[in-house]
Write a protein that binds this ligand. Structure first.
Ligand code: AMP
Length: 281
């Protein structure tokens, strides 16, 4: 695997690859790689000719500076995992390389970034959009692989590509879970063994919500979810929303959409965990 840290180097290399007619598949990450990330690399290998992964902990998307400081980093282990997965290129840029000048851009996402993560993490998606657009312009991939785990992010990145006519296909990848069905996340490493065990409640609650979907009014189901999570002393619900899968409009009744997803954010101590499940589609 080739490792590049500068924009010039990787651009020169990828222009050669493009000349060979290869389809470039891109997997952007923030590192501390786990099997969830690796499944994206495997999907990219299946679905493209040349796989580029990036590791960049983007300061712009952290509204909580403490969260940025505590974000797990493990460059050596990440490289070993990417080598094993036969990833072709790792892009590992510095902050200065990604943001050589401070540029104020304001992305317009309508409702998409006003709800859920956007509501509780102000400016988070502005930061995500800024880095993803920059990375897409550097790598110029034909396909980019995003996890359904960050469902709202995937919808917003898709809109970004449409709004800016970026010639890249966004490929959704399924959520990879730990044995107890907790969605894999770099943040799970910060959980105590007890929290990690009990965080299985998040998936169990989503499953319950799916089974109950359509059988009780939406507001009652949301109350039930809140009670079920908060009953556990180690967990605190931040939000559970039932939304249209495309507009992310918060639904008041089941009849308002045919494609419905439930999205949840839960604190276990100071670790914030998100997950989701399609309820109807
Ligand atoms: P991150 O490093 O957290 O920014 O994630 C990089 C990419 O990996 C994003 O597209 C995430 O949605 C995806 N990802 C993270 N965790 C998982 C998971 N458990 N299953 C599938 N994809 C994931």
């Amino acid at each position: 695997m080739k490792i590049f840290t500068t924009v010039d180097e990787i651009k020169t290399h990828l222009s050669e690859i493009r000349k060979e007619g290869k389809v470039i598949g891109f997997v952007p990450t923030m590192g501390a790689l786990h099997d969830g990330h690796m499944s994206l690399v495997h999907d990219a290998k299946e679905d493209s000719d040349y796989v580029v992964a990036s590791i960049f902990v983007n300061p712009e998307q952290f509204n909580n500076k403490d969260d940025l400081k505590k974000y797990p980093r493990d460059k050596k282990a990440d490289i070993v995992k990417l080598e094993q997965a036969e990833c072709d290129v790792l892009f590992f840029p510095s902050v200065e390389e990604i943001y050589p000048v401070t540029e104020a851009v304001l992305f317009e996402f309508g409702n998409l970034d006003k709800v859920m993560e956007g509501k509780f993490r102000p400016d988070h998606f502005q930061g995500v959009a800024k880095v993803v657009k920059r990375l897409f312009e550097i790598i110029e991939p034909q396909k980019a692989f995003f996890g359904m785990k960050d469902y709202q992010q995937m919808v917003i990145v898709h809109k970004l590509t449409k709004d800016y006519n970026l010639p890249v296909e966004i490929v959704p990848c399924s959520i990879v879970r730990e044995e107890n069905k907790l969605a894999m996340s770099s943040r799970n490493e910060r959980l105590t063994p007890q929290q990690r065990k009990e965080a299985a409640l998040i998936y169990q609650t989503l499953k319950m919500a799916k089974i109950q979907s359509g059988f009780m009014p939406i507001h009652e189901l949301k109350d039930t979810v809140e009670r079920k999570i908060n009953k556990n002393k180690l967990m605190q619900l931040e939000y559970f929303e039932i939304v249209d899968m495309y507009s992310l409009k918060i639904l008041g009744a089941w009849t308002e959409s045919n494609n419905i997803i439930g999205c949840i954010a839960v604190y276990a101590g100071d670790v914030r965990l998100i997950d989701n499940m399609i309820l109807f589609s």
